[in-house]
Design a protein around this ligand. Structure first.
Ligand SMILES: Nc1nc2c(ncn2[C@@H]2O[C@H](COP(=O)(O)OP(=O)(O)OP(=O)(O)O)[C@@H](O)[C@H]2O)c(=O)[nH]1
Ligand SMILES: [Zn+2]
Length: 204
């Protein structure tokens, strides 16, 4: 893995003006992004999110998952907090890519759950690797985190690369009638830490 920092620009958003830092994985050609807000430092734990790409949820308003809601809430929380970061990692579909995710959704439309669908296509349930995280965090001066996630495997992955997870901040948003089963499977089969949470307004 070889992560190269490329450039930084401003990214104005509905929640405030973030800085956007671009990275290239020179082995795979994948282009990753870090967003930062406020002044970050490596001595205190910084509020942040490690977010895996979900084109359908993040950009196309899909209600099949909770990704878009989590991304927006994380950005809002960071802006309200006055400082923080998002790593936006290009590992679409838990690492299987967009077209395979659409294949998996096709199987889910026929009754499979999110884990079974991956397995039927010959993939593990979660193929993600996080080795780009440490060099990206080093570039934006972060070494301790308050991580917004429900995923214990993400917390373990951070700890195993020497990043101190001072706190896990739950991020349960966006439940609706289309993703209820998906969220249930995440909690029963992928180990996500979820308590009961409420349906979003438009789906009550
Ligand atoms: N293969 C597959 N990938 C999915 C499906 N639904 C969502 N995804 C992908 O799952 C990933 C979700 O990543 P994150 O938002 O980082 O969430 P997480 O690891 O589940 O944990 P949190 O931090 O708690 O949100 C994204 O890459 C999505 O594209 C699905 O049904 N099948
Ligand atoms: Zn998603």
């Amino acid at each position: 893995m070889s992560i190269k920092y490329i450039a930084t620009s401003k990214l104005p958003t509905p929640w405030g003006v973030f800085a956007m830092h671009g990275f290239e994985d020179t082995e795979t050609g994948k282009e990753h992004v870090a967003l930062t807000y406020g002044e970050l430092n490596a001595t205190e734990p910084m509020l942040g999110r490690i977010h895996s790409e979900c084109l359908t949820g993040d950009a196309l308003f899909s209600l099949r998952c909770d990704c878009g809601f989590q991304l927006q809430t994380a950005m809002q929380n960071i802006a309200e907090n006055g400082q923080g970061f998002i790593l936006y990692l290009r590992q679409e579909g838990r690492g299987i890519g967009l077209l395979n995710k659409i294949r998996a959704y096709e199987l889910q439309d026929q009754g499979a759950n999110t884990v079974e669908a991956n397995e039927r296509l010959g993939f593990e349930a979660d193929m993600r690797k996080y080795d780009m995280v440490e060099p990206m965090l080093a570039q934006i001066s972060v070494s301790k985190v308050k991580l917004m996630t429900n995923n214990p495997r993400k917390v373990k992955a951070m700890q195993s690369m020497g990043i101190e997870v001072a706190e896990r901040v739950p991020l349960q948003v966006g439940k609706n009638r289309y993703n209820e089963d998906y969220l249930k499977t995440k909690s029963t089969q992928l180990g996500h830490m979820m308590t009961e949470h409420h349906f979003i307004e438009e789906d009550k």
